[in-house]
Design a protein around this ligand. Structure first.
Ligand code: GLN
Length: 226
């Protein structure tokens, strides 16, 4: 089985764990310290409140461990607040800013879609590379959601959201924003698949973790043989 850790400092970590446990061959556990992190083959950073999450991570001295985990090419998936935490650059922060883990070459607007009251849902197509036979759209749940305004050349955009006139103005004329991306070992979504009962995004992440494990085992064997 693969071990998927969920950063359990704050936010929707229980919901992620419940969904992961529905997938075959997956052990899901809460991560609150370095030992638990190092026992994970991949880590999910849940939605919640990115400033609070960053503050707790700082206070508990977890930031360097998380950064090393990412630099060692372990898969990480940030949902919503987790996306903000993984981004290299964020705007719309509180005065004084907040710690970001970084690594994801994106500019994120922390509260692009506005306050709690402007939370919404949209039916969106699964990215073609992940679509299953049913081809069913997924329910994208946006809660005080961030958006990816810019992304670097190494970042693959998986889902785009078309903006209405007001939102376009806020995005300085941009007609759409990215709401799901992948770059190497990092994946990020502005929406919350853990608040639905659709396991497909979790399955996508688990597949990425399995792929990384297989590559690693393969290179370990070549080293032994070489
Ligand atoms: N905008 C929130 C933040 O700054 C994220 C909201 C969420 O995770 N649902 O952390």
């Amino acid at each position: 089985a693969v071990n998927i850790g969920v950063l359990a400092l704050q936010g929707s970590f229980r919901e992620h764990i419940a969904l992961l446990r529905r997938l075959p061959g997956v052990n899901a556990s809460e991560v609150r310290n370095r030992q638990q992190l190092l026992a994970s083959d991949g880590l999910i950073i849940p939605g919640g409140e990115s400033t609070t999450m960053a503050n707790i991570a700082e206070r508990w001295g977890l930031i360097p461990d998380l950064q090393q985990f990412a630099q060692a090419e372990n898969p990480l998936w940030g949902t919503c607040a987790g996306l903000i935490f993984l981004a290299n650059r964020a705007v719309g922060q509180k005065v004084g800013g907040q710690a970001l883990l970084g690594g994801l070459d994106c500019l994120v607007h922390r509260n692009f879609f506005g306050a709690q009251i402007r939370s919404f849902e949209a039916l969106m197509p699964m990215p073609p590379c992940f679509a299953d036979a049913s081809n069913a759209p997924f329910r994208a749940v946006f809660i005080r959601a961030p958006a990816i305004l810019e992304s670097g050349p190494g970042v693959e955009v998986l889902s785009t959201y078309e903006l209405d006139a007001d939102e376009q103005q806020q995005a300085k004329g941009q007609k759409s924003v990215a709401v799901a991306v992948r770059a190497g070992n990092l994946m990020a979504t502005a929406f919350h698949p853990e608040l639905t009962d659709d396991v497909r995004w979790h399955a996508v992440f688990v597949a990425l973790v399995r792929e990384r494990l297989a590559t690693r085992q393969h290179s370990a064997t070549s080293v032994e043989q070489g």
